[in-house]
Write a protein that binds this ligand. Structure first.
Ligand code: URA
Length: 161
C-alpha cells in the first residue's frame, strides 16, 4: 500500500527516509522495522517521538520491488508528493535520512559522507543530511556521526514538543 507518512502535523522537524520496506508496506506506516526501532531510539534520546515534534515521510511512497533502492525515475515521480507534504507541513527543519532522500531534496548526486555535518538549504528550510538508520545497523562505527548530525539539527532548530 502507499505509505505517505506519519506524525505530528504541527511538527518542527520533518524526517525523510528512502521508501517503505516490506513491513512498512504491510502496516502503512514508515519506519516500523529494525531501522525504525533504531530511529525511534535515537529520537527518544533527545526527547522526541514519532508523534511528538516530528513528522516522518519517505522520498518514495510505495515499496520498490525487492526492497531495492528507488530508481531516479521513481524518486522523480514521487517528488511532487513530497514537495506538497513539505509545503503543507511547513517544517522548520528537514533531515534527509540516506542518499536517495538527500539527492531528491538537494536535486543533485551526493555522497552522505561529503555532505553531512553542515546545514544545507531546501527552499529556505535548513536541511541536514545524515546516514540512513538501516545503513547504521550495518555500519555501527558511523553511528557517532549520525548522532552528531542529530545534535546539530537540535542546535539549529530546537524542536518544540
Ligand atoms: N526505510 C526507509 O527509508 N523508510 C521506511 O519507511 C522504512 C525503512
Amino acid at each position: 500500500m502507499a505509505v505517505p507518512g506519519i506524525g505530528d502535523r504541527n511538527a518542527d522537524w520533518l524526517l525523510v527516509g528512502e521508501g517503505p520496506g516490506a513491513e512498512e508496506d504491510r502496516k502503512g506506516e514508515p519506519f516500523v522495522g529494525q531501522a525504525g526501532k533504531l530511529l525511534d531510539a535515537m529520537l527518544g534520546a533527545i526527547g522526541l517521538s514519532r508523534n511528538k515534534g516530528i513528522y516522518i515521510a519517505n522520498a518514495v511512497k510505495c515499496r520498490p520491488p525487492g526492497n531495492r533502492t528507488p530508481a531516479s525515475e521513481e524518486l522523480a515521480a514521487c517528488y511532487p508528493f513530497l514537495a506538497r507534504q513539505i509545503a503543507l507541513l511547513q517544517p522548520k527543519l528537514i533531515i534527509a535520512l540516506g542518499r536517495p532522500a538527500a539527492q531528491v531534496l538537494l536535486n543533485r548526486e551526493i555522497r552522505i559522507s561529503a555532505e553531512r555535518g553542515v546545514p544545507h538549504d531546501y527552499a529556505g528550510i535548513p536541511l541536514i543530511v545524515t546516514y540512513h538508520p538501516a545503513y547504521l545497523l550495518r555500519n555501527q562505527h558511523d553511528k557517532a556521526k549520525a548522532w552528531a548530525d542529530l545534535c546539530l539539527a537540535r542546535r539549529l532548530v530546537p524542536p518544540q514538543v
